[in-house]
Design a binder for this molecule. Sequence first.
Ligand SMILES: [Zn+2]
Ligand SMILES: [Zn+2]
Length: 351
Amino acid sequence: MQVNPRPGASDNVYEMLWDCEFCGTKKLLGKTHRFCPNCGAQQDPKARYFPSDEEKVAVKDHVYVGVDKMCPACQTPNAALAQFCTNCGSPLDKAAAATLAPERQAAEGQSLGTESLKDRQQAALTKPKPKAKGFPLALVLVVIALLAGVGFCLYTAFSVETTTVSVAGFRWERQVSLEALQPVPGSSSCDLVPLDAYGINRRYEVVGYNSVPDGQRCERVQIDQGDGTFREENRCETTYRSEPVYGYVCSYLVNRWMPTRNLESGGDKSTPVTWPAENQSVLRCDLLGCERVGGRSERYFLQFRDPQNELVECPVDRALWDETSIERGFTAEFGTVFRDLRCSSLEPISG
Ligand SMILES: [Zn+2]
Ligand SMILES: [Zn+2]
C-alpha cells in the first residue's frame, strides 16, 4: 500500500509527549513509547500534549500513515494501517480514531512552553456545550407570532364588505410649483466640471486610497497528527497598507433652476376651479433670482360619509367629478377590520 506523507511531513515532525498515569513517569515520547518504559502501561492518546520548544524531539524520515485507531475491545491505540489490535487481536475496521489535541499557534519569534494537559481538559469542560437539538421554544413562539401578524395583515388588507354610499361633498386642489435660478455649489474631478461653471477652485488633494501589499504576517502552528507525532507549519498571510491617491478636485458654482415655493388654490363645487394666481411675484427672466413655473398639479375629490359617519374622500378624475351631483349613489368596499373606504372599488350606481 502506497502512503503519501503530507507535504513537509518528513521535515518538521516531532514527538508528542505523554505522562504515565500509573507510575507517574513524565514526558514519555508519543511515537517511541507506545508503552511506559517504567511500568509497561499502555499510552493513552488523550493524554498526549505538546512539548516546549527546548524539549522538542524530531522524528527523522517520519512516514505518516494516519491517526491512530483505538481498539474497541481493549482501548489500545494502534497504527492507522493495522487491521487487528496488536494487544488483543480484535478487528479494527470499526475502530474510532484517537482523540487529537487542538492545534496551537505562536506568533513569529515567540517561543512555546510545555502544554498543560490539565488546562486543556479544563478549557474543554468549561466550553459551553452545543444546545440540544430541536427548535428552541422562544424561536417557535416568535415564528407563531410572526405568522399570526402576517395573517392579521392579510385579513386587514383583503377582507372587505360592499355597501352603498352617497356623495356628501366635493373638493378640488391645484398647485403651481415655482423654481428660481440659483447659484448651486458643486465639486468633482476637474475633468468633469460642467461647461457653465464659474468661480472654479482647483485643489490637489487625496481622492482615494490604494491597498498596497506590505509584507507577510506569519505564525507557527503545531498540529497533532494523532499517531504520537505533531508537525509544525508556518501559516502566512499578506498584509496591506493603505496608500493615499492624489488628484485635482475642482469646486465651483453653477446656476440651476431649483424648487423654491408652491402656490396653492382649492375649494368645493361652489368655487370656480382656477389655477392659483401667479401674480407679479413671479419674475419671468433668465437672471439669478428669477422665478419660473416648474410644474402644475390638480386633484379632485368626492367626499362620502363612512359607516361611522366620518367624512372620507377619494380622488377621482376630472370628468367624473364634473358630472357627479350631490347625493349621487356609489357602491364601495369597506375593510371589515378598520371600516376604511377602499377608493379603488368606487363605482357609480347607474340610472
Ligand atoms: Zn508507567
Ligand atoms: Zn485490543
